[in-house]
Design a protein around this ligand. Sequence first.
Ligand SMILES: Cc1cc2nc3c(=O)[nH]c(=O)nc-3n(C[C@H](O)[C@H](O)[C@H](O)COP(=O)(O)OP(=O)(O)OC[C@H]3O[C@@H](n4cnc5c(N)ncnc54)[C@H](O)[C@@H]3O)c2cc1C
Length: 471
Amino acid sequence: MTPQHLEELAGRALAEARPTVYWTDRPDAPEPVPPLVEAARADLVVIGGGLTGLWAAIQALEDDPSADVVLLEARSVGHGASGRNGGFLAGSLTHGLAHGVATWPHQTETLLRLGRENLAAIADFAVRHGIDADLRMCGKTTVAVRPHQVAVLQASARLHVEHGEDAAFLDAAAVRADIDSPTYLGGLRVRSNYGLVDPARLCWGLLRVARELGARIHEGSAVTGLERLRDGVRVRTATGSIDARRVVIATNAFPGPLRRLRSWVLPVYDHVLVTEPLGAERLERLGWRENQGVSDAGNQFHYYRRTPDDRILWGGYDAIYYFGNRIDVALEQRPASHRLLARHFFETFPQLEDLRFTHRWAGVIDSTTRFTPVFGTALGGRVAYAVGFTGLGVGSSRFGARVALDLVGGRETERTRLDMVHRKPVPFPPEPLRWAVVQVTRGALARQDRDGGQRGLWLRTLDRFGVGFNS
Ligand SMILES: Cc1cc2nc3c(=O)[nH]c(=O)nc-3n(C[C@H](O)[C@H](O)[C@H](O)COP(=O)(O)OP(=O)(O)OC[C@H]3O[C@@H](n4cnc5c(N)ncnc54)[C@H](O)[C@@H]3O)c2cc1C
């Protein structure tokens, strides 16, 4: 296909796409919950109504069913990354097996076990509480689309097998027999420890259970400040306040009420498209009978999956950082990024050239330099935070919430003893250096993808300091 033909296809396919999130654009979204309009008291206030905040509220109530737990959400539950992501559910707590093994070799086995337990607990919880979020443990396929990625995936297959995963390398013919794309040169099929979920329905199910367990939820309640009291913390919103014994901050990439978190978390916009339903005939042209999630193996990668009603969700690649950690609803529509994604879609699946996109959006990825969350406490230990899941928080946010509860409860546990938990990642530099470093790093990552996987001087220097940039 010529670049001009791809551009035409992309323009035509995007013409009618609505600028909304497919997952939350549904008639059965829960009714809005009224904001906080009183001065109240609570044992625990959770700030942020994404997956981390919801799991924090639920697990606190499972620990102590008599606790008085309040969750304050600035907009609506699931409005942030949790309701607008790809729904890839990963057992890894370390942004993938290879990164975990390289960064915490002496704790790999513990991290792997905790990750598997976390994933099993999510699946079990969904069944026990009747959460209908299409959760399927269907594994994942990573595809090589450049020659150097074949060897990377072969090594990755060996690493997965060594660590007890059900994984196999597939040559080009085998991966194309599963899902047909002329761009595939090989693949890594992992059948264990990965799944897919409908992220908005997961959020809405957790919201229902949190309320059933007794949590009080307020939407439209942005926390504007925290004030230390003799025996707790006053949590303020524009229209109310709560005096709490303890607070968990789960505001992810958003600025949140604790200024220091801005030095660790970089909000990076990640873009997503969803197509119209495929229909049986188009599906036949594609294969994809195992209906698993797929991503390609580059630094700048796409992730894609079928939705429960057999559309294709297609996202990733073009991670955009705006100067000054800017987050704004207006940035959720970036035509250049959506067009680039659409071109890549038709390059990957030329047999679907008659397919149209129905939804387009973006969301902020919560990047840290270490690709795993930053955990810690503030205000004399009465506040704990778990933020910065770096694009892999659908599963690990439950674990992150558990860690935050351990920390704010003053409990030393197997989790809090992990280096990943008690050591902080390297902070991002302040602006204007931050913006410059991100741009240089993006350029270097793109060059590595193009140059056969060779890491240039800049990336090797960052490696030496244990620092990176990823979505
Ligand atoms: C486009 C996209 C695709 C992704 N795909 C995947 C994927 O396939 N698999 C995966 O594992 N991860 C994925 N991720 C990452 C994953 O979605 C996140 O890591 C995870 O949802 C983080 O959950 P959270 O609750 O910490 O954050 P969020 O869901 O962002 O929740 C934070 C909440 O805090 C609220 N808030 C902010 N400030 C305040 C305040 N002052 N007061 C009160 N509330 C406040 C926000 O409104 C928001 O609702 C993706 C992310 C994006 C953006």
